[in-house]
Design a protein around this ligand. Structure first.
Ligand code: CU
Length: 567
């Protein structure tokens, strides 16, 4: 099946209150990527990662070696790192966790990510950090914005327009204005595509539209202090060719507040703290994008999820060669459901009360230590403990077309999870860095594993055991001038892996169950090292983002080798 796509993309940088084409169209890409091999266009680091700018988080990640994507309609995809998906991959949006509402996983966290409004995507492979939440057995993905006090003075803007076949059009507008002490930033994105046609010219039910708006207000009384308040709102809709409903609403409301203080001078070198609120309201129905019966009692389903949380991290500079990050994070999320007929019909779902089915709580403490053994060798190690709690509020469970009693109704599980890692890194020459790391993590099951599946023996999977992963990571990164590359390999033993298996026969009924199995995974990747977008240039960063190679790669404390970066 041949699918031809023609795309034109234009990006303008508008700067210094002139609002003119100032930086001489530093990115103009015209491509016709018929080979659809994204890796082949990544040889030149000055170019975007892929010919068509991604409109969702997963689309962007799939160009990184080790990633693939389970497409979830036009609005998003479920990223898979080294064969592991779901909550094995911690995805943080500016340090915030977000969980989707859809039982069918129409809305993994990437449904609420609009890459055009972020400055930087960092991937940390494997259980090789403890700083960003529990259970990251496959890895951690950070979508981040950066603010630079020197760059915030004046008014700057960026506009991007993309036009493609099948009615594809993406618009991104980004503007900042500020003085030395204050700044405001606004980003708006919109993406749309019509149904595409397959090789025989048959339209596939796949159109989508999604948009987002972000605003940030900041106060920077000195170059080492930043206080920021952020607001975000987004929504979208997507037609699904693979199931009997479409997603007609993917709404997110977000509020966040953040404080960062650096170069404190004493042993306590830096502190950062943040708190956030994320509300996701999702609707899937049979009448908005297809001609189903709006009066049916199952015409629309409307789950939602409210996630609140926060974290605080202190960086201790124990000596010139030794740094310790100590922190605390907490997160609470509540999931509810309701369903019914379309608005205006008998049984209108919007008039019904929501029923809470699940609540999760997690509090974690962590410490990550970075020790320089010599100029070319370092050891990084971390430990983390989490207090996790989940409650099952369902009294009845839908099973096929009938309701059954929930055998785990009103049960609460409380567990303590521990994880840790140690990694050794060595620069064997000016161009090569080797590393070897061992990590262990314990991951509590998530909503999709506990709540809308059955166990092998009962109608509830709420007592599925937690998953324990022990992993060995080795690799090498190479960089000489503009040429760079990396190889990495891993070997992992997982006990009580949460396997989701569909079409398990229980009597005459086919059900989907979660069950515990033991698993072994291993693999290797070869590719470029991660790159960070900084001050208008792609700048290479060593594996796991442990050291920036140029003074322009300002990471606001994300890089462990901050003293090198700020020099
Ligand atoms: Cu859904």
């Amino acid at each position: 099946m041949k699918l031809k796509m023609i795309v034109v993309s234009v990006t303008l940088a508008l700067g210094n209150s002139v609002w003119a084409v100032e930086q001489a169209l530093d990115e103009v890409v015209v491509t016709a990527p018929q080979s659809s091999a994204p890796l082949t266009v990544q040889t030149d680091p000055r170019k975007p990662r892929q010919p068509v700018p991604a409109h969702d988080g997963a689309d962007y990640l799939k160009t990184i070696p080790g990633f693939s994507v389970i497409r979830k309609g036009g609005t998003d995809g479920d990223p898979v790192l080294r064969g592991m998906a779901g909550s094995r991959l911690n995805i943080l949006l500016d340090g915030e966790q977000i969980f989707g509402g859809c039982g069918g996983r129409m809305d993994p966290p990437t449904a609420y990510v609009f890459p055009g409004s972020y400055d930087r995507i960092t991937v940390l492979k494997g259980p090789q950090t403890v700083l960003y939440g529990a259970g990251n057995s496959a890895g951690t993905v950070l979508f981040e914005r950066s603010m630079d006090r020197d760059a915030q003075v004046g008014t700057h803007g960026q506009a991007s327009l993309l036009l493609g076949s099948f009615g594809r059009n993406d618009e991104v507008l980004s503007a900042t204005t500020g003085s030395e002490d204050y700044y405001a930033r606004a980003d708006a994105t919109r993406s749309h595509a019509n149904d595409y046609q397959d090789g025989s010219g048959v339209a596939v039910h796949s159109s989508y539209t999604r948009w987002s708006g972000n605003m940030a207000l900041g106060w920077t009384p000195d170059s080492d202090t930043r206080t920021e308040v952020t607001l975000a709102k987004s929504d979208g809709q997507a037609a699904y060719a693979d199931r009997s409903v479409d997603g007609s609403k993917f709404a997110r409301d977000n509020f966040g507040v953040k404080l960062e203080k650096r170069n404190l001078g004493g042993t306590l070198e830096a502190i950062e703290a943040q708190a956030y609120y994320n509300y996701v309201d999702h609707v899937m129905d049979v009448y908005t994008l297809r001609s189903g019966d709006p009066s049916s009692m199952m015409a629309a389903m409307n789950p939602d999820r409210k996630t609140t949380g926060g974290r605080a991290v202190g960086t201790l500079q124990l000596s010139d060669d030794s740094q310790l990050k100590l922190g605390l994070d907490a997160q609470n999320n509540v999931h509810t459901n309701r369903s019914g007929a379309a608005p205006g019909y008998m049984g209108d779902y919007t008039l019904k009360a929501r029923s809470k089915d699940a609540e999760f709580k997690n509090v974690g403490v962590f410490g990550e230590w970075n020790q320089e053994v010599s100029d070319t060798r370092r050891v990084i190690a971390g430990l983390r403990a989490d207090s996790w709690q989940a409650t099952d509020f369902r009294t009845m469970i839908m099973r096929g077309m009938s309701m059954v009693m929930n055998p785990t109704a009103n049960q609460t599980r409380k567990e303590t999870h521990s994880s840790g890692f140690v990694r050794y890194e060595q620069d064997s020459s000016a161009t090569h860095t080797w590393y070897v790391g061992a990590g262990r993590t314990s991951r509590a099951p998530d909503y999709w594993e506990l709540f809308n599946k059955e166990s092998l023996t009962t109608a509830s999977a709420f007592n599925t055991r937690s998953e324990k992963t022990s992993q060995l990571d080795v690799g090498m990164n190479y960089r000489a001038g503009d040429l760079s590359g990396s190889v990495s390999a891993f070997y992992s033993r997982i006990s009580d892996y949460n396997l989701i298996q569909s079409n398990v026969m229980k009597g005459m009924t086919a059900v989907t169950v979660t069950r515990n199995v033991d698993a072994t995974t291993y693999g290797a990747e070869a590719g470029r090292p991660m790159r960070c977008w900084t001050t208008g240039r792609w700048t290479a960063v060593w594996p796991m983002c442990t050291a920036a190679t140029t003074p322009t790669a300002r990471h606001w404390g994300r890089c462990r080798h901050w003293k090198h970066v700020s020099a």
